[in-house]
Ligand binder design. Structure first.
Ligand SMILES: Cc1cc2nc3c(=O)[nH]c(=O)nc-3n(C[C@H](O)[C@H](O)[C@H](O)COP(=O)(O)OP(=O)(O)OC[C@H]3O[C@@H](n4cnc5c(N)ncnc54)[C@H](O)[C@@H]3O)c2cc1C
Length: 373
């Protein structure tokens, strides 16, 4: 009997559990899910916790019953390291494994900016988002968001809506070293439209500026200009998952290097990485965007490859990222009433579609995991 360990229960981990269960792998083999807090978080609605449009219980679902139904035992712990034969847990246990799927997501990148980690809020978890909401409602005059990517633009939209709906008077400044919001999407029209919406809802944009340091009074830019803020929100980029792995397994940004079959380099060929944790490249210069759909698709491939390898059925499936900066197919909301949809490199529109799409997906996940609404 083989032991298969899935690390993480976000979009990628949940899909790996579902597929391995459906493929019957866990009827004959031991399947373990390492899930901090035994929970799944519907991340696309984390920014809406800041505005109060959604609460914690709307976005956090238990994975316990779901995992059990698919033949998995759940371990509530955090993985601190992986080597070619063991997964080390923070609690001290070392699990040996035959196959592992690392679906541990990403962590914030601070790029060695002085004070960034210490003096900023990173609302990547529902709890941090709720804390940010409480701080804002407690009375602030100015908020700086560093990073005009997806999450930064969505947060600016939610904060702006909160300000209007509550009659509050704080300012929102969005800073990025790129010249345009959403520039990494690779769709100029989407960037132009996002900029227009942000300006219309009263977000001040400071683009083409690098943040050099963060302190309790705000941020200092590369031209030494100080931008004062009661709260600095840091959503400037991602780094690979926090766990120790062999040096050869990571790229320069800490993401796990994988081959076409999603096997992590330097870990012996039986560890797969999926979703945000992995460096997923379609071709040189065309990286998979760190999005839920790519995590789900890559997890399906990893689960299939474990089955093929277990029964010697090879060759393994190859994973081809679909949503990349060269082929963006993405949408985001900017507050409850609008948003941006980008299709390919040239088509973009202002649309409220994503608010509806994500509400539908949220309900699907709730049903899948908890059997609720
Ligand atoms: C605020 C926010 C808004 C977003 N909005 C969108 C959106 O609108 N659309 C979209 O497609 N994508 C969005 N994303 C990106 C999307 O959340 C990710 O691309 C997706 O969650 C990746 O799935 P994943 O399984 O790789 O990682 P995650 O979903 O992040 O899951 C990681 C899992 O691993 C666990 N974990 C972490 N470290 C460890 C460890 N050391 N040991 C064990 N477990 C660990 C975590 O607890 C979690 O369960 C958003 C992200 C954020 C933060």
């Amino acid at each position: 009997m083989a032991r298969i360990v899935v690390v993480g229960s976000g979009f990628g981990g949940v899909e790996a559990v579902r597929r391995l269960g459906q493929l019957g792998v866990c009827e004959r083999h031991e399947c373990l899910l390492v899930s901090p807090g035994r929970r799944f978080v519907y991340t696309p609605f984390i920014p809406m916790i800041v505005s109060g449009r959604y609460g914690l219980s709307d976005v956090v679902f238990s994975v316990e019953g779901f995992a059990r139904r698919h033949g998995f035992s759940v371990i509530d712990d955090v993985v601190v390291g992986i080597d070619p034969s063991h997964v080390a847990l923070r609690g001290g246990e070392r699990l040996d494994y035959d196959y592992a799927v690392v679906a541990a997501g990403a962590s914030p990148a601070y790029y060695n900016v002085s004070g960034a980690e210490r003096h900023s809020v990173v609302p990547y978890s529902p709890e941090e988002a709720l804390k940010l909401r409480e701080t804002v409602l407690g009375g602030v005059e100015s908020i700086v968001i560093v990073g005009a990517g997806f999450v930064g633009v969505e947060l600016a939209g939610e904060l702006s809506w909160l300000r209007e709906s509550q009659g509050l008077g704080f300012s929102v400044v969005l800073i990025d070293m790129m010249e345009w919001p959403l520039e990494l999407l690779g769709n100029k029209l989407a960037s132009i439209k996002a900029r227009k919406v942000l300006e219309r809802i009263g977000v001040r944009l400071l683009l083409g500026r690098r943040v050099k340091s963060v302190d309790e009074r705000g941020v200092v830019l590369d031209n030494r200009e100080r931008v004062g803020a009661d709260v600095v929100v840091w959503v400037a980029g991602l780094h690979g998952p926090r766990m120790s792995v062999p040096k050869a397994s990571r790229d320069a940004k800490g993401f796990l290097r994988v081959d076409k079959a999603l096997r992590v380099e330097g870990l012996g060929g039986r560890v797969y990485a999926v979703g945000d944790a992995a460096r997923l490249e379609a071709r040189p210069g065309c990286m998979a965007l760190k999005m839920a759909r790519e995590a789900i698709r890559s997890a399906r491939v990893a689960a299939a490859n474990i089955l093929l390898s277990l029964y010697g059925l090879g060759p393994e499936e190859e994973y081809e990222p679909r949503i990349t900066n060269c082929t963006p197919q993405v949408g985001l909301s900017i507050g409850p009433e609008t948003g941006i949809v980008a299709l390919g490199r040239t088509v973009a529109m202002e649309s409220n579609m994503m608010n509806y799409y994500h509400e539908r997906m949220r309900r699907i996940y709730r049903r899948l995991l908890e059997g609720g609404d």
